[in-house]
Structure formats: structure tokens, C-alpha cells
Design a protein around this ligand. Structure first.
Ligand SMILES: *Cc1c(COP(=O)(O)O)cnc(C)c1O
Length: 419
């Protein structure tokens, strides 16, 4: 459920008409609903009612805007970060260091130093090579890091290949059958305290069965590790729960069913559970608002050319993502059209042969469920400044990231002395 609903014929974000935001801030722009974010946190927490004291670490990569993170910080969430930059953003937004988990396959010594100095809660290691580097960095600083090994359970998440992370040949984690040896080695390294088993098999999962299979493997590993004398205090179950993008296809499992499955599988583990939800918290808390530049005649269907491009919303071209596309002021008619951006790439196509609200030049259009992996993937291709972001709360709204002027891009270039 979200808080983007039509009122008197105009699509609103909570109590603010999107027409007002477009008039005052221009397009394209992302618009987030604080009430929707808050609601999703509540729903996720309630779904975990069967879990004692869950550590919910929002996956910052889904939406790193400082206002979004500050909203989550106020609600008591921690953060799952995958770079030094995300770590600094999470801290800047007021998320306490001890609620931060540092994931990712390529942490550098500098990033490890930063995490150690700031006192983060846990490092999720993805290889023995990485464990050795962290050991060296931590002992050099005279510190000890609480660590997890992320296991590759060799489970196919059944999602898009580019967002599957738990198959044997994916780059993530340590092979399940090497995990015991990795823990044995890490336990002997100075500066490391291996206390956790972690798993994350992919994103936009629409079926609980692969997650259950992965969690069961974590459970067996915890038993094996304990039998070998390791003190396992935590298990990190990652993120990945899908959100509904297309109202015409069956919806992904609801958080309550996910929570019930987790409670069942993890019963008796006797660990603190860590969760790293991203998309499910912010996905449908955001939309991308864009204006139709013109409608161009096409061979089969008209092309609706909007002022947002693949540089502003990469998901459709990156992994064939489907976004519901609605007119902000629909006239009640529909048509079938291709929706494209202005970028000089055929990949700059948001939807083909889409049955949608009829729109014409000048109309506003909303790309729904764009709050996760939206603005954060934006880039400046075709010399377009980074897309701005706004947040609504009740009847109030504010810009939470400025539109980047193209002058900033030009000024960032330097001419060599010979020109
Ligand atoms: C991306 C990611 C997440 C979040 O995934 P969602 O599908 O957005 O919930 C969680 N953990 C790790 C390690 C990730 O890489």
C-alpha cells in the first residue's frame, strides 16, 4: 500500500497534488512519501513479531537520500552499507554506528579502516582473502571486528539474472562447503571475532521457497560451526523481499508470510537475527514524476516522449523492469503506446506497447514504485544534471536533493595545460 492516490482527478502524494510539485520544482523529479516509508517500516516490524529483538539494517543502496535515511533513523532502523560513501551517509543521517553492517565483495583497506574507526556493528566478509585483509587492518589499529561470513548457498532466487546473487557462479559469498574452513581460519586471525553467518540470495524475490532453502542452509551451518566450537551469536538473513510493480501479475509474498516463514525456520537457532530490507521499505514509497515533451507518431504505436531518460531511471533498460505508468490528471481514456525518454539510445525505452492512460504533450506522468534503485542509479549521461528528489509528509513537501545544474558538470571538467 502507498499514499499516492488520485483526489478530484489529480494524483496526489499524501495531501500534496503532484501538479504543484511539478510547477514549483520542475520535472523530472522523484517524489517520496514519508507516510509510506513509515508504514512499511511498521509493517516489516510487525511481520517480525515472532522474532526476538530483530536488527533491521536498511539496505542503503536502495535509496541513500539523506532525508530518507534520517526518516528511517528516527524509526530506529540500522543500515546495511556497501561502500565507505554509504557508511558516511548513514552516519550523517543519524544512524548509530553500532547498528551498521558493512557488506560487499570489494571492501578496501581504507573502507575497513573507516568502519573500524567509527565502530560499526559488523563486517560481512565475502572471502578468506578479505578476512585476512580486515585482520591486518584491525590489528594494526588495535581493534577487533565482529564479522560474519556471507555464504553462497547455491540457490537460484528465481528473479532476474542481474539481481540474483546466490548461485554458485555468482561473485558473492563463500561456497557453503568451504564455510567451516573459513570460520576455522578466521577464528585464528587476530582482530577478528567471527560471530555470524550471513546470506542474501537476490532481490525482488517473488517466492519464499528459495529464501527458505537458503535459510535452512544457514541453520545447518550454525549447528556445524557450534559443533566445531565456534560461538555463533548472530545470523544475517539479508534482504530481497519483492514488491508489487505490475498490478496484473500475482503479488510477491507479503511481509507477514515472510516473517512467519523466518520465525518457523529459525526457531531454536538462539541467535540475534539481522535483516537487510531495501526495496520492500522504499520501493513503492517513491514515484518518478515526468512531463510529456511530445507524442510522436510510430510505425505501430505512438511514442510518448517524456522528459525523464534512462539516466534518471535505469531499471527498465538495466533489467527489463516494469513500472506502472499513470497520468497525473487522467482524462478517462486509454491508448497503447511506447514510452521513451530523450536519450540517444534505443535502450532508453521505459515500456513498449503499453496500455495506459491517454496522454498528450505537456501532461504529467508518474512512474510508480520508483523509490528503490531509482534516483540512486541516476547518472549524467547526455549531459543531463542529476535528477532532483522531493519528500512529502502530510500537506508539506520539501526538496531533498537539488536538481544538479549542467554548469556543475561543465565546471567539473578540467582542461589540460596545452589547450
Ligand atoms: C542489495 C542488498 C540488500 C537489499 O536487497 P533488497 O532486494 O532491496 O531488499 C540486502 N543485502 C545485501 C547484501 C544487498 O546487496
Amino acid at each position: 500500500m502507498d499514499h499516492f492516490e488520485p483526489r478530484d482527478g489529480v494524483l496526489h502524494a499524501e495531501d500534496v497534488p503532484l501538479t504543484r510539485i511539478a510547477a514549483e520544482a520542475g520535472t523530472p523529479i522523484y517524489v517520496y512519501s514519508a507516510a509510506t516509508i513509515e508504514r512499511h517500516v511498521r509493517v516489516f516490524r510487525e511481520a517480525l513479531a515472532g522474532v526476538d529483538d530483530p536488527w533491521i539494517a536498511f539496505a542503503v543502496k536502495a535509496n541513500p537520500n539523506r532525508a530518507v535515511l534520517a526518516t528511517l533513523a528516527r524509526l530506529g532502523l540500522g543500515a546495511d552499507v556497501v561502500s565507505g560513501g554509504e557508511l558516511l551517509r548513514a552516519l550523517a543521517a543519524g544512524i548509530p554506528a553500532d547498528k551498521i553492517v558493512f557488506s560487499g565483495v570489494g571492501k578496501t583497506a581504507e573502507e575497513m579502516t573507516l568502519g573500524l574507526q567509527r565502530g560499526i556493528g559488523q563486517f560481512n566478509l565475502e572471502s578468506l582473502e578479505e578476512a585476512e585483509m580486515l585482520s591486518e587492518v584491525a590489528s594494526g589499529l588495535g581493534l577487533t571486528a565482529k564479522v560474519a561470513f556471507r555464504i553462497n548457498p547455491n540457490v537460484d532466487a528465481g528473479t532476474h539474472s542481474k539481481i540474483s546473487t546466490g548461485r554458485a557462479d555468482d561473485k558473492f559469498g563463500i561456497a557453503y562447503d568451504r564455510a567451516t574452513a573459513a570460520f576455522a581460519r578466521a577464528a585464528k586471525l587476530p582482530g577478528l571475532d567471527p560471530v555470524c553467518v550471513a546470506v542474501h540470495i537476490g532481490s525482488q524475490l517473488t517466492d519464499l521457497a528459495p529464501m527458505r532453502a537458503a535459510f535452512e542452509r544457514v541453520g545447518s551451518l550454525i549447528r556445524e560451526l557450534r559443533a566445531a566450537g565456534h560461538e555463533i551469536l548472530r545470523a544475517d538473513l539479508g534482504g530481497g523481499l519483492g514488491v508489487p510493480y505490475n498490478p496484473a501479475v500475482p503479488a510477491p509474498p507479503i511481509p507477514t508470510d515472510y516473517g512467519a516463514m523466518v520465525a518457523e525456520v529459525t526457531a531454536g537457532w538462539d541467535v540475534r537475527l539481522i535483516f537487510e530490507p531495501g526495496r520492500v521499505i522504499v520501493g513503492n514509497a517513491g514515484i518518478m514524476l515526468t512531463r510529456v515533451i511530445r507524442v510522436k507518431e510510430g510505425a505501430t504505436y505512438p511514442f510518448v516522449v517524456v522528459d525523464a531518460g534512462m539516466n534518471d531511471l535505469l531499471r527498465p533498460s538495466l533489467y527489463d523492469a516494469w513500472h506502472n505508468i499513470r497520468a497525473v490528471e487522467p482524462d478517462g481514456e486509454t491508448f497503447v503506446a511506447n514510452i521513451v525518454g530523450p536519450i540517444c539510445e534505443t535502450g532508453d525505452t521505459f515500456a513498449r506497447a503499453r496500455a495506459m492512460d491517454r496522454v498528450k504533450a505537456g501532461d504529467l506522468v508518474a512512474f510508480m514504485t520508483a523509490g528503490a534503485y531509482g534516483a540512486t542509479m541516476a547518472n549524467t549521461y547526455n549531459s543531463r544534471g542529476l535528477v532532483p528528489e522531493a519528500m512529502v509528509s502530510g500537506g508539506e513537501w520539501a526538496i531533498v536533493r537539488e536538481r544538479q545544474p549542467v554548469e556543475a558538470l561543465i565546471e567539473a571538467d578540467r582542461l589540460p595545460p596545452w589547450l
